[in-house]
Design a protein around this ligand. Sequence first.
Ligand SMILES: Cc1cc2nc3c(=O)[nH]c(=O)nc-3n(C[C@H](O)[C@H](O)[C@H](O)COP(=O)(O)OP(=O)(O)OC[C@H]3O[C@@H](n4cnc5c(N)ncnc54)[C@H](O)[C@@H]3O)c2cc1C
Length: 454
Amino acid sequence: MLHTPEDSGYKPRAGDGCVSDDVVIIAGGGIGGLATALTLHQIGVRCVVLEAAREMRPLGVGINLQPNAVRELTDLGFSQADLDRVGLPAKEWALVGLNGNDVYSEPRGLLAGYRWPQYAVHRGKFHMLLFDKLVERVGAGAVRLGSRVTGYRKNSGGGVTALIEQTDGTRSEANGALLIGADGIHSAVRAQMHPGQPPIHWGGAIMWRGTTWGRPIRSGASFVGLGTHRQRVVFYPISNADPRTGLSVINWIAEVTMDNSEGWKQSGWFRQVPISDFVHHFDNWVWDWLDVPAMIRGADCVFENPMIDRDPVATWRDGPVLLLGDAAHAMYPTGSNGGSQAIVDARELGAAMVARGVTQAALAAFDEKLCGPISQLVLRNRGAGPFGLLNIVDERCGGTFDNIDDVIPPGERTAFMAGYKAAAGFAIEKLNSLPPTIASGARVRSGAPAACIG
Ligand SMILES: Cc1cc2nc3c(=O)[nH]c(=O)nc-3n(C[C@H](O)[C@H](O)[C@H](O)COP(=O)(O)OP(=O)(O)OC[C@H]3O[C@@H](n4cnc5c(N)ncnc54)[C@H](O)[C@@H]3O)c2cc1C
C-alpha cells in the first residue's frame, strides 16, 4: 500500500506552527524514527514524526533484527505472527572459505539459547509494519510526510523549533519540547550539530545488493558469508520457503574492495545498476552447492552502494536536540546490527524519559550511556566486525585450508565471536538476564517538565 501526505489528512502550509510546545518532534520516519514514536506513545509522550519522503514505500532489501531488538519489539507489542509476515527466524550464522570449507558456524536466535529469536526480514516490509502499527495506534497524523527537517533553533525557554521544507518548496516551523534527529546517515540535524564533521567515510568496499528466488541451503534459514575479507558474498533467506516450489526470497550482497585513494567517484550513494557492471567479479564462484553468478543474474534489480559510515562524534546531544539511529552512528553492515541498534536506541530513549521526564536531562542520560560504546562499535565494524575471522584466515594461510582447526583453533574462533557479540549488546547470558529496558506499563509521570535544562 502507498501512503502519501494526503492519506494522512495533513496539508502542509507555509508558516505552519503545527506542533505544540510539549510535543517531541522526530525528524525522520525510518526504522529508528518510527520505533521512537511507537515507544513514546507507549509511555504516554506526545510526538510527531516529520518524514522527508512524500510517500511511504517498502524500500530496501534484507536486514537482520538481532535478539536484543526482537526483545524490544516484543515489549512494543509486536507478535511472532507480525514478524513472520515480513521475514523468518534465523537459525545459523556461517562463514565459508573460498574453497567451500567452513571457517565458523554457530546457531542463532532461539537455537543459540536466546529468549528471543533473530529475524531476517525484508527491510521495506518491516518498515511498513512499523508504520502501519503507528498509524493504527496513534492515527494518520502521527507521521507528516513530505516534510524535510532542514535544521533547528534552540529557544530561550528551553524548547526547540524545527525548520521544515515541504516537498513543494514551502517552508514552515514547528515548536516542540525536544527534537530527535532520526534522519539517517545524511542527517541534516547532525550536520547542524557538528558543522565541522568530516565527509562520509568510504573504506573502499562496494556492495551490490539484490534478492533472488532460490532454494535455501544448510539449515533453511542460514546467513552465509563466503569468500575473503576483500571479496565475498553474503546471502540469507528473508521469506519462508513456498511450500509448492520450495523456493524462498534470498537476500544477497556481493562485495569487492577497491582502491579508494581517489574517494567515491560515482554520483549518489545508492543507485540501480545493470548486473553486467559487476557480475564478472564472481565468474568462477560456482560450487556443486552454490552458483553465485546464477544467484546474481536471477535478481530483478540490483542496487550498488559503497560501504560507508561516519566518523564518531563526541556527543549526540545539543541541548534539547538528540541524534539517534544512523544519524548518530551510521555503521558498516558487517555486524548486521544497524537496524537493531536504531530500535534499541528508541527504547533506551524511552527508558531515559520514564526516569527523567521529557527533559534535556533524559537526552543527556541517553547520550552518556550510549554515545561512547556505540561509537566504539562503529569503529569495530569498520575493522571488519565479525567478518574479521576471514582476515585471520587470509593472513595465516592465504584463504586455502583443509581443516580450519589447523588455522584458527576452535577456542580462538569462539572467543573472537563472543567479543563481538558482547560489544554489540547481544551476548546471550547478559541479554537473557537483563530486566526489560522499559518496565511493562511504565509511563512518563504527568506533570514532568516538558523542557527543563539538563
Ligand atoms: C530507502 C532505504 C533503504 C535501505 N535499505 C537497506 C537495506 O536494504 N539493507 C540495509 O542493511 N540497510 C538499509 N537501509 C538502512 C537501514 O534501514 C538503516 O541503517 C537502519 O535501519 C537505521 O535506521 P534509521 O531510521 O536510523 O535510518 P534510515 O533507515 O536511513 O531512516 C532515515 C529516515 O529519515 C528520512 N529523512 C532523511 N533526511 C531527513 C530530513 N532531513 N528530514 C526528515 N526526514 C528525513 C529518510 O527518508 C528515512 O525515512 C536503508 C535505508 C533507507 C532510507
